[in-house]
Write a protein that binds this ligand. Structure first.
Ligand code: FAD
Length: 146
């Protein structure tokens, strides 16, 4: 179905690993503006030079925005992990939520403790762990931090 609701999850590495707060804010501001107009919701995580992003919306729209994101020179190694139909949005209230997480927060997520405490980053996630991370944020522990 062309206009079914999907979520798309990808990881990437910042081209500038020392990405500052101002540059992150610029990404979030443009994202929120564009996503509100396009009916996209989701969440962006940033830690140690790596991104993890969830995009939710109509398939066609999500794929178009993902293509634009993939061409953005501010990051590289953009890797799609999951793109599938969903019944409902998990981050419906967020045009692009940005929960500020620390390594300690990540290290406490059940099922991912070993992964993050071993110093691994989002770009090393595969589908299974991406789902575990998604579920941890879907459950809402960090929602108020957006
Ligand atoms: P502009 O913001 O004016 O950008 C025009 C072009 O310049 C684009 O090709 C853009 O990639 C590039 N560009 C903009 N600023 C810079 C910069 N400081 N340095 C280098 N190149 C630059 N966009 C969304 O719409 N929704 C999202 O959820 C979203 N998430 C993103 C997540 C990450 C990790 C990154 C890096 C970018 C994300 N973007 C997102 C931005 C997206 O990649 C495009 O920049 C944006 O869609 C284009 O916005 P715009 O049409 O307003 O053009």
């Amino acid at each position: 179905m062309q206009n079914e609701l999907i979520h798309l999850i990808y990881t990437s590495a910042a081209t500038d690993p020392g990405l500052d707060a101002e540059s992150l804010e610029a990404i979030l501001e443009a994202s929120r503006q564009n996503n509100a107009a396009a009916g996209i919701t989701g969440m962006l995580l940033y830690d140690s030079g790596a991104f993890f992003q969830v995009l939710e919306g109509e398939r066609e729209v999500v794929e178009r925005v993902y293509r634009a994101i993939g061409n953005d020179p501010r990051h590289e190694r953009v890797t799609k992990l999951i793109a599938e139909a969903i019944e409902e949005r998990s981050f419906g209230a967020w045009t692009m939520g940005y929960p500020r997480v620390t390594k300690e927060d990540l290290g406490q997520i059940e099922g991912l403790n070993d992964f993050f405490t071993a110093g691994k980053s989002f770009v090393e996630l595969e589908q299974g762990r991406a789902r575990t991370l998604l579920d941890a944020f879907r459950r809402g522990r960090w929602r108020t931090a957006a």
